[in-house]
Design a protein around this ligand. Structure first.
Ligand code: SAM
Length: 277
């Protein structure tokens, strides 16, 4: 069964309003498959469930629908290059700018189930262990729209299948312990990360300004006007001279040209040069 146009438009409008995710025509199948478990939990078909929600939408069901339509695909050290850019370019450059790097604040926006902020935590731990002098006071804020992925991230527990996706064996041995059928991330890395619910359509989370923002593989779901607004908000909470890292298929070029693109190896990163001394 394919969704009626009425039901599809209802979901697409709701999801766009609440998350900015753009569900273009042709995504009817995606909507139907993602909403099937929710409809079943009410003992209904997707059409019946949506007809009921169209008549009277509750806050809880609206949130469930939006969460179900987020794509939470992620992996450890995803695309590897951004993490190389962090140690080989960003941290040395921040040190040079400030003379001494006493504090470091990183925001992993749209962090999904935690692999990204925890990968950052492992990279920073290894990097500072290899450097002379005191380790900066480091904070990683990790946010997502979806409460469900945040709850999973906070647990710091991953299946064998999940650790197989990008986590080097050396890091598994060093930072995880077996726990039943899962792997539990150690406390030292977990306590570097503070998870918080946040919608990129809202003002950035308190706790800034940030030195580095990871905003990867989420702008692709937004239309150009929303991308522009999100990038402008991030610029305001990124320190002058700070860096933004986007996903491999994303760019600020032609969207928000206030950024300076910096080529590092095979990847591009973006620097907030507005107000930089
Ligand atoms: C594909 S994942 C990317 C995860 C990670 N950054 C990476 O690159 O591996 C996209 C994430 O964006 C989140 N997301 C979608 N719309 C959002 C919004 N408006 N505000 C905050 N997070 C959002 C989703 O819940 C999802 O977890």
């Amino acid at each position: 069964m394919t969704l009626t146009q009425e039901s599809f438009s209802f979901v697409a409008t709701l999801v766009r309003q609440k998350s900015a995710i753009n569900l273009a025509p042709g995504k009817e199948y995606l909507v139907e498959s993602r909403l099937t478990p929710i409809a079943r939990s009410h003992g209904k078909t997707v059409e019946q469930y949506l007809a009921e929600q169209r008549a009277r939408l509750s806050h809880t069901e609206a949130e469930r629908i939006v969460e179900a339509l987020t794509t939470n695909e992620t992996s450890w050290f995803r695309d590897s290059q951004p993490f190389v850019a962090l140690t080989d370019h960003i941290l040395p450059e921040l040190k040079q700018q400030r003379g001494l790097l006493a504090t470091l604040k990183v925001w992993s926006a749209a962090c999904s189930t935690g692999q990204e902020p925890y990968s950052i935590g492992m990279v920073l731990t290894d990097y500072f262990a290899s450097q002379p002098g005191p380790r900066p006071v480091t904070e990683i804020i990790a946010t997502d729209l979806s409460q469900e992925v945040l709850e999973r991230a906070q647990k710091g527990r991953y299946s064998q299948l999940e650790v197989n996706r990008g986590l080097p064996a050396t890091h598994l041995v060093r930072h995880f312990e077996r726990s039943g059928t899962e792997w539990a991330l150690n406390q030292a890395i977990r306590q570097m990360v503070r998870f918080q619910r946040h919608n990129l359509l809202d003002s950035p989370p308190a706790g800034g300004p940030y030195d580095v923002v990871f905003l990867r593989n989420v702008l692709i779901y937004f239309d150009v006007q929303v991308k522009r607004e999100v990038l402008a908000k991030i610029r305001k909470v990124l320190k002058p001279g700070g860096f933004l890292i986007l996903g491999a298929a994303e760019t600020t070029v032609g969207v928000d040209d206030a950024w300076t693109r910096v080529q590092v190896g095979r990847s591009s990163i973006y620097q907030n040069t507005v107000g930089k001394k």
